[in-house]
Ligand binder design. Structure first.
Ligand code: TZD
Ligand code: CA
Length: 574
């Protein structure tokens, strides 16, 4: 009887201790669902940054603000949806302490609003605790009007993103008003992502009345989940989506090559019948570039990515950011009809993305599990290798870069690994090469020149049983030329092909794009790479014609010593 009573007592205690949390969670869920059902989603409806953030707060279940206000914060607090309660604390240490207790006990993100630098400063004592308890706090603070921060106007939070740095896992002041909603979304995801912790967001008060970017609608459709390895349920869900898609596309990132998931990616592509692209500006090659389902490198502007992806109903991005755009052609990020699933092993990459359903997990296992789970297509798809565009022979010793690549394809040893830093020749490279093995391609991941020549030496050291060829522009070569000395001194048998068009070709292309045709500093005439190589102790020659190039390549490979072949080339477009 006594035992029974104790047991009943335990159950009663359990119900008493958990019910309020569960009840509140349930209420929050209902509110979120109600809110989402009524949320304005029509594209083009005029919304402000303020209403966009208020909507995101409700979407993320943020129904209370722990705060202590000042003038900079008032424009944010104006027009608060009635679902959101303001919980006033009389000192910022108390505000953060309450939020921390709420976050820890509920396991949910707690949202805080403080007054600029002074309010944040007052909260720092409480933050020392929150940082070590890893409490998921989104701490926002008002900031002076953007254009007056530089002159240190009264109440500006100078260097705001630095202020909380050692005590927050992430901090930010958005670079523009239109980036505030995305930054808010990132803040919430960062606070929860592993390892969770407090984050800080400083927002100038003139941002709130700005018209919101129409792309912010996509933030409302975002979700974030994290699993070390995809669960059976997740595999079933994702493979079901892939199988059910009428027109799936897979966008592979360079990380797929880094983790060695190339083979599984091919199986997944073939089983699903999906078109395959490389994510913009690939720095490694995750998929054979002449496979019948390969559709090339995704273009690097917002507008062009959307246009390309509009042909698909499901887009699966694996091992890449969503997306690393380059040339700025603004537009809609993603058509309404397209679902985008973002599988990545980087919580920061997932949190930062402006759209997509983020799944943070081990990408190699994810690709393997999905490749197993997606049944092969019933109708046999044609997996023919793709061909190569025709190229023209050099005239008077000047080669088309496409011809150089065609010659490398035909005459370089099987399994050659390429390190490429030649910026205006990318499309010719992908059209002409036939790369199949993992580890066949390396490129400067941020576009920072000076990677190519040194990395070619390093790759050759790592891949002793494969030939490594560095394809280097005559501009890029100068940022890493002394790698020749190391190659000579340490006998690293790497071959460098220097493509000499006498100019920074990519910048000439950009100057047309940006309508700045009159810029100085884009030509690099008068550099003799053969003499430079000799000076560093490396064999070198200029390829005078096609036969000469083929001979020089064969001799270089056979010599098992570092060699440089200089080739004069025509100017082309990336
Ligand atoms: N400095 C550094 C370290 N990185 C850069 N990316 C640049 C400058 C700017 N830059 C580019 O982004 S492309 C380029 C420069 C100078 C021209 C490279 O010329 P290249 O290749 O001769 O190597 P192409 O094929 O002629 O463009
Ligand atoms: Ca050049």
């Amino acid at each position: 009887m006594a035992l029974e009573n104790t047991f009943i007592g335990l159950i009663v205690m359990w119900v008493i201790s958990l019910t309020p949390i569960e009840k509140r969670r349930e209420e929050d869920n209902v509110k979120t669902q109600q809110y989402l059902a009524e949320a304005p989603t029509s594209p083009g409806s005029k919304r402000t940054v303020r209403s966009a953030v208020h909507e995101l707060m409700l979407k993320h279940g943020v129904f209370r603000i722990f705060g202590n206000p000042g003038s900079n914060e008032l424009p944010f607090l104006s027009d608060l949806p009635e679902e959101i309660e303001y919980v006033l604390g009389l000192h910022e240490q108390v505000v953060v302490g309450m939020a921390d207790g709420f976050a820890q006990a509920s396991g949910e993100v707690a949202f805080v609003n403080l007054h600029a630098a002074s309010g944040t400063g007052n909260a720092m004592g409480a933050l020392t605790n929150s940082f070590y308890s890893r409490s998921p706090l989104v701490i926002s603070a008002g900031q002076q009007v953007r254009e007056t921060i530089g002159i240190h106007s009264f109440l500006s939070n100078v260097d705001a993103a630095q202020l909380t740095k050692p005590l927050t896992k992430w901090s930010c002041e958005p670079t523009s008003a239109s980036d505030v909603p995305r930054s808010f979304n990132e803040a919430v995801m960062q606070a929860q992502a592993s390892a969770p912790g407090p984050v800080y967001l400083s927002i100038p008060y003139d941002d709130w009345d700005h018209e919101a970017n129409a792309n912010d609608e996509l933030l409302l459709r975002r979700s974030y989940s994290e699993e070390n390895e995809l669960s059976a349920a997740a595999v079933e869900h994702l493979s079901g989506l892939i199988s059910a898609a009428m027109r799936p596309a897979i966008i592979l990132g360079s990380a797929v090559d880094t983790v060695g998931a190339n083979g599984a990616a091919v199986t997944l592509a073939e089983n699903s019948g999906a078109d395959v692209y490389l994510a913009p500006s690939p720095y490694r090659l995750p998929f054979p570039n002449k496979h019948g389902q390969f559709r090339g490198v995704l273009p690097a502007s917002i507008h062009a990515v959307n246009t390309t992806l509009a042909a698909y109903d499901l887009v699966l991005v694996i091992g890449a950011p969503v997306f690393r755009y380059h040339q700025h052609v603004p537009g809609q990020y993603l058509s309404d009809e397209v679902d985008l699933i973002h599988i990545t092993d980087d919580p920061n990459e997932a949190a930062r993305a402006p759209f997509g359903t983020a799944v943070v997990t081990n990408i190699k296992r994810a690709v393997e599990l999905l490749a197993e789970a997606v049944p092969p297509q019933e109708s046999v798809i044609e997996l023919r290798q793709q061909g190569f565009p025709a190229t023209e022979a050099p005239v008077a010793g000047v080669f088309d870069p496409a011809r150089v690549f065609a010659l490398l394809r035909e005459h370089a040893p099987t399994g050659t690994s390429y390190v490429v830093e030649s910026t205006s020749t990318n499309s010719d490279f992908w059209a002409q090469m036939d790369l199949q093995e993992p580890g066949s391609y390396f490129w400067p991941a941020s576009g920072g020149l000076g990677f190519g020549m040194p990395a070619a030496v390093g790759v050759q050291m790592a891949l002793a049983d494969r030939q490594v060829i560095g394809i280097i522009g005559d501009g890029s070569a100068n940022y890493g030329i002394t790698a020749l000395w190391t190659a000579a001194q340490y006998d690293i048998p790497v071959v460098f092909i220097v493509l000499k068009n006498g100019t920074y070709g990519a910048l000439r292309w950009f100057s047309e794009l940006l309508n700045t045709p009159d810029v100085p500093g884009v030509n690099v005439p008068g550099i003799d790479f053969v003499s430079l190589a000799h000076g560093y102790g490396v064999e070198a020659r200029t390829a005078e014609n096609e036969g000469d190039f083929i001979d020089a390549l064969a001799e270089a490979v056979a010599s098992r010593k570092p060699c440089l072949i200089e080739v004069c080339t025509n100017l082309t477009q990336p």
